[in-house]
Ligand binder design. Structure first.
Ligand SMILES: C[S@@+](CC[C@H](N)C(=O)[O-])C[C@H]1O[C@@H](n2cnc3c(N)ncnc32)[C@H](O)[C@@H]1O
Length: 238
């Protein structure tokens, strides 16, 4: 099957995967490659913002991608106060250690704050918004509503945990139904969408339907189908 990613980029993704894989976290290699490609080749101009860094696994994927194309630094927002699902640890020192070991410390701007507080001081346009913070519905909804306002038309929003976690899954469906996004797609546990002032209700309804079909019937069970869909959606970023 034809690949839309050139050999050099494939090597860079494999290398980034080895490095990110040394950092504790939940992101799959497919999801990491998706972040890498968006940071490296994604459309529009603007900042890259991450909500929820924990120990830096997704930050490393994003920074590796963006740095390889000499593009924007990653604004990595996390209070690092160990409030994540009852865990009792301050993750900031480990986060810094991990991004340093990965060789991307110079390409990351840590913002040690809750996303809602960080937004109060934020003024810049955003081209890629990665949401991987709280799993609580109200929290995710709030983070999306606050930060989506900074997303430029044509910019990409991506949410993690949109298959098995109730909160992010519900928010991702609302995002699709909002009629503000087109080119909606899925990579493992990620739902992504492109901000589009001309998005039609019909196309977003179709996306929602195809999401349900993909999840319920095909996505998880048939790898060949999953790979074909992924290639289709990656096409626009390479
Ligand atoms: C699932 S972890 C992030 C995992 C990380 N993206 C990775 O790839 O390993 C969730 C993180 O979100 C952070 N978080 C929770 N609520 C937040 C908020 N309101 N603003 C910013 N970060 C938040 C937590 O502190 C935690 O570190």
């Amino acid at each position: 099957m034809r690949s839309f990613v050139d050999e050099q980029t494939k090597r860079e993704i494999a290398e980034a995967g080895k490095i990110a894989g040394r950092t504790e976290g939940w992101l799959s290699d497919n999801e990491g490659a998706f972040l890498f490609l968006n940071a490296r080749n994604g459309p529009c101009r603007g900042e890259i913002v991450e909500v929820g860094s924990w120990k830096g696994r997704s930050t490393i994927w994003l920074a590796k991608g963006s740095k390889s194309a000499k593009r924007e630094k990653i604004h990595a927002i996390d209070p690092h106060i160990g409030s994540y699902e009852g865990r009792k640890e301050n993750t900031y020192a480990q986060f810094r250690k991990n991004i340093r070991a990965a060789g991307v410390e110079d390409h990351v701007v840590p913002i040690v704050s809750k996303a809602e507080d960080a937004a109060k001081k934020w003024k810049k346009p955003v081209r890629f918004l990665w949401i991987d913070g709280s799993h609580n519905y109200e929290d995710v909804r709030r983070d999306v509503l606050i930060w989506e306002k900074f997303l430029v038309n044509g910019g990409v929003i991506a949410l993690h945990d949109t298959v098995f976690r109730e909160g992010p899954t519900k928010v991702s469906k609302e995002l699709i139904k909002s009629g503000k996004f087109s080119n909606i797609g899925f990579v493992d546990d990620i739902t992504f969408a492109v901000k589009d002032p001309e998005a039609s209700k019909a196309s977003t309804a179709f996306s929602l339907l195809s999401r349900e079909l993909a999840l319920k019937l095909l996505w998880i069970r048939i790898p060949a189908f999953r790979n074909a869909v992924k290639k289709l959606f990656f096409k626009q970023y390479v």
